[in-house]
Design a protein around this ligand. Structure first.
Ligand SMILES: [Zn+2]
Ligand SMILES: [Zn+2]
Ligand SMILES: [Zn+2]
Length: 138
C-alpha cells in the first residue's frame, strides 16, 4: 500500500482524489506549506475543497498548523499524532532567505509559567534565521 493510503486508513479517512493529492504534496515536501502554495500546485481543485481537506487533516491529526510571521497560516505533516490530539510541542524555524518554514521536531518548546487566570491551549514558537541549505551558499 502506498504511504498516502496508509495514512488515510490509519486516521479512518476515505480515500478521495483531493485528499490523496494534498497528502502527496506534503509527503514530497519537507517544509510547511500555505494554502496558496497548495492551490498553485493543484490547479484542478477549487479553493473550498483544498480548504476543507486541510482542516479535516488538522482535525484528524495528519497535519498541524504552523505559526508564521506572514498573513497566511502554513501546515505541516504530523508524525506522532492520533485523531484529535496533537501531542507535539516543537519549534518551527523560518528561513529569512528561502522563506521555508521547517518543523524542528527534536527542538522542544520550553514550558512557561502562565499568570493566574490564563489557561494556555496551544503554544507556537517561531524561530527566524538562516537555514542550513542557505548558509552553505555563502
Ligand atoms: Zn499533530
Ligand atoms: Zn533557507
Ligand atoms: Zn511542526
Amino acid at each position: 500500500m502506498i504511504e498516502t493510503e496508509k495514512i488515510l486508513k490509519k486516521h479512518n479517512l476515505r480515500l478521495t482524489d483531493g485528499r490523496r493529492s494534498i497528502l502527496d504534496i506534503f509527503l514530497n515536501n519537507p517544509v510547511a506549506l500555505s494554502h496558496a502554495s497548495i492551490e498553485e500546485k493543484l490547479p484542478n481543485f477549487d479553493r473550498v475543497t483544498i480548504y476543507r481537506t486541510l482542516y479535516s487533516f488538522v482535525e484528524n491529526g495528519i497535519l498541524h498548523k504552523v505559526l508564521d510571521d506572514g498573513m497566511a497560516s502554513k501546515f505541516a505533516l504530523c508524525h506522532t499524532c492520533h485523531d484529535h490530539k496533537h501531542t507535539h510541542q516543537h519549534v518551527h524555524f523560518k528561513c529569512e532567505i528561502c522563506l521555508d518554514t521547517t518543523c524542528l521536531e527534536k527542538t522542544r518548546i520550553p514550558s512557561f509559567v502562565m499568570p493566574d487566570g490564563f489557561l494556555a491551549h496551544e503554544i507556537g514558537l517561531l524561530v527566524q534565521g538562516i537555514c542550513p541549505k542557505c548558509s552553505q551558499k555563502n
